[in-house]
Design a protein around this ligand. Sequence first.
Ligand code: HEC
Ligand code: HEC
Length: 188
Amino acid sequence: MRAARLAATMVAVAIGFAVSAAPTRADDIEAKVQLCAACHGESGIPNDPKTVPVIWGQQQSYLVKQLHDYRSGDRENPVMSAIAKGLAQEDLRKIAAYFAAKPWPAGHPSAAPASAPNGVAQCQPCHQPKFDGGMPAPRLAGLSYEYLVASMRAFATDERTNNLDMPKFMRALTDSERDAIARYLAAF
Ligand code: HEC
Ligand code: HEC
């Protein structure tokens, strides 16, 4: 497990170097985002949706903030931190705009459960009635159950601290409430 993690970090660092070595012309975003597809998918469906979130069609302001946070260490992840550090500061907004303009990948044949689970209504003022996000909250609908439940747990346990409200909301829910909400949102 540890070796796999180290290998992933090394790949990410190598990719990071490749990115910073690339020319920094403003019209070159298309070339710079090529490497993102290795994990986030050629057509927007991540290679491993359980651990890699969808970024196609995600809210632009949220994408910019996450790239900033990975660079600064406010959000910690060995793979994404290395990659974000390899990006030029002035490219972050353009890269976010590039992915935000793509369509959210279709899929998810399963219908959302008829009844909304306990606690999910309180997410809607920020994440919007259809959970498709809006400034500054990200889209949640259609992220994988595994990614959602892991991010919710990371906020609850203070592993992810790049927002002041989310930890509070996530701590107020039990494990099984978070589980039910994640299942609901993944199928939404
Ligand atoms: C080696 C695989 C890999 C590559 C290449 C990669 N990512 Fe990621 N990305 C991940 C993983 C894994 C996560 C989830 C990390 C976490 O849990 O914090 C992630 C998360 C993100 C997030 C946060 C999304 C959210 O919903 O919170 C953004 C934004 C992002 N990546 C952008 C990019 C961009 C832009 C590129 C290309 C410059 C890129 N990634 C390349 C694996 C990768
Ligand atoms: C007060 C507004 C607010 C409320 C209420 C709220 N959120 Fe959030 N949520 C946010 C913001 C803002 C972010 C982005 C944090 C960051 O910068 O990383 C976020 C991030 C998230 C993420 C991370 C998504 C990703 O791609 O990594 C998940 C999952 C999430 N919220 C789930 C929920 C759920 C479930 C509820 C309801 C139980 C909820 N939130 C209620 C504002 C809110």
